[in-house]
Design a protein around this ligand. Structure first.
Ligand code: PEP
Length: 252
């Protein structure tokens, strides 16, 4: 059975005390109502990570970062390395989010370095891929996602790839209120699984969790998650509202 996952991506929101209080209240919720179907992950700004390890030590939910450096250490002012993230007790890191690709010009080569380094440091990587609206309208969305996966991840060995979770996030659906239909999500998730299968074998591909992201909310989550190749979600805006986030977890 593949692992079901709901990961919240807080983006650049919440100061230190707001973030720790919010994480504590989510943790309390799942202490009372454990989520036995899905792993719940909070991907927070760097400033929260060290504080979260004490706060979440009962292990009901786990946490991770939203980015890591493409280098392991040294003179890279302002960067945070994968091993530094790991040292906080974080288990996950998101890489390849479309906001990083667009605003910080992170290309396939950089993302490949990040994924390889993060895995080497013992982090699990939530690797985002997805097409922009124009690519979907032109019908190139499959080849775009193929390129992102091949260039970003397929240099990893099978052992390394065990640490990878894929998040399919059509860029036109992120933060826009537009959501891929369950059929569109399933079609792309199946395509991604087939690509992984071609590269690493079918049994292996069947174990890889592929999350959907893009304006997921309590009202649409259950239907999207019901599709065969959708193993949960990466949740942006709705992860900042406790009721919505917990409802999305319960929709798995
Ligand atoms: C995201 O940022 O990964 C995301 C899916 O955002 P939203 O849920 O707000 O569309």
């Amino acid at each position: 059975m593949r692992k079901k996952i709901i990961a919240g991506n807080w983006k650049m929101n919440m100061d230190l005390s707001e973030g720790l209080d919010f994480a504590e209240s989510i943790n309390n919720y799942f202490r009372e109502k454990p989520s036995d179907r899905a792993e719940v992950i909070l991907c927070t700004p760097f400033i929260h990570l060290a504080g979260l390890s004490g706060l979440l030590k009962d292990g009901k939910i786990v946490f991770g970062a939203q980015n890591c450096a493409a280098e392991s250490s040294g003179a890279y002012t302002g960067e945070v390395s994968a091993s530094m993230i790991k040292s906080t007790g974080a288990q996950y890191v998101i890489t390849g989010h479309s906001e990083r690709r667009t605003y910080y010009h992170e290309n396939d080569k950089i993302l490949n370095k990040k994924a390889a380094l993060a895995v080497k440091c013992g982090l699990k990587v939530i690797f985002c891929c997805g097409e922009v609206l124009q690519e979907r309208e032109e019908g190139t969305h499959f080849s775009v996602v193929r390129r992102q996966l091949e260039a970003g991840l397929f240099s990893l060995s099978e052992e390394e790839f065990k640490q990878i979770i894929i998040a399919y996030e059509p860029v036109w659906a992120i933060g826009t209120g537009l959501t891929a239909t369950p059929d569109q999500a399933q079609e792309m998730h199946k395509y991604i699984r087939d690509l992984i299968s071609e590269k690493y074998g079918k049994n292996f591909a069947d174990q890889v969790s592929i999350l959907y992201g893009g304006s997921c909310k309590p009202s649409n989550a259950a239907e999207i998650f019901s599709r065969a190749d959708v193993d949960g979600g990466l949740i942006g805006g709705a992860s900042l509202k406790k009721e919505d986030f917990c409802a999305i977890v319960e929709a798995v």
